[in-house]
Design a binder for this molecule. Sequence first.
Ligand code: PMP
Length: 432
Amino acid sequence: MNKKKSLSAYEKACELIPGGVNSPVRAFKSVGGKPVFIEKAKGSKVFDIDGNAYIDYVGSWGPMILGHAYEPIVETIRRQALDGTSYGAPTLLETRMAELIVSMVPSVEMVRMVNSGTEATMSAIRLARGYTERNKIIKFAGCYHGHGDSFLIKAGSGAVTLGLPDSPGVTESIAKDTLTAEYNNIQSVEALFDAYPGEIAAVIVEPVAGNMGVVLPELSFLKGLRELTTRYHALLIFDEVITGFRLAKGGAQEYFGIVPDLTTLGKIIGGGLPVGAYGGKKEIMQQLAPVGPVYQAGTLSGNPLAMAAGIVMLETLNNNPSIYTELDRKAGKLAQGIRNNLQKTGIPGVVNRAGSLMTLFFTNLSGVKSFDDVMQSDKQRYAAYFQSSLEAGIYLAPSQFEAAFVSHAHTDEEIERTIDASYRALQHLADH
Ligand code: PMP
């Protein structure tokens, strides 16, 4: 595969942009090689500037559940742009967006739009602290909630990929208010509530972990979080930036039947434009300015382009429940295909899947259920598998600690091609 143009584009980008990328997860640091530069995308595919096509399982890290350049979304963005791209005053689009989110996400009675998942989670914990008048939060090792200072403690995603779970630049006084517990270990959460009575404002959790690779929650763990937070008068925050509108139209809270107090959203709600949102019980949301005292604002929040795109996205998902059955079927087929390949080639590994999210962990363990399990994975094997896949025209996340995203645009034929490519990549590992 010729990647000459990408190589020189990367060299130039590195002179001007730190690491040549505007988000560290895009770098190929942990898998070796240089990132390919994307020119365009359509449906399930991305095309690089050298003219190579890839079946894409990154999907912009989640938003592209209907595939790239989905025609009705493109058309609505085009139409909206002609009417202006930002006003800084209320629009009907924002109310329609709020109405859709409230009708689709079980626990959300009121919602505030922001511009990224990071803003959503930062704002949600400020609100939780303001509402409870407490300072500390509990997060889980290996979970990622954006790059807000309070979350860069034992963080997942790019932070774990690059070996930077605790970022310099986060002050001690901020870090001391972030307590960390173990995913799927309810005792580790209870111990913190015992150790800090009356101090914990909220527990924030990815209801399916996606940022240490996909790790499924035990139902008793999620139920336990609901019980503990209720008992200790702390808020339960589901960070559904990945799982929202993906696991089900009502996200993980619908999928598992657990009602959090606050929910953070992003990715899919923008249809690929920069957006985030947080919402929850009216009583809590009414603490936000201008009604209440907790301040949070945004020049571009509720941006009309993002709202127009997101409304088409959510209406499509809301009106077509078969999308979720299809996503589940296709992702199930892919996961099973890869499991069969592991067996045939004798390469040890575990495929974790929740709906259209999955990760192949290269591990000798029989199951991957915790961050400790995740950390035993063979990153070198993943790197080799990633490179073989890329050469075969399959674009995976350039890290063992991320999810693969299946979209509605992936065809059965493409899933089969992916399974074949995965077999060859695993066979290559077995031979070396
Ligand atoms: N929360 C979760 C669960 C995420 O996966 C991410 C991003 N991958 C974020 C928050 C942050 O979102 P953003 O990158 O839009 O700031």
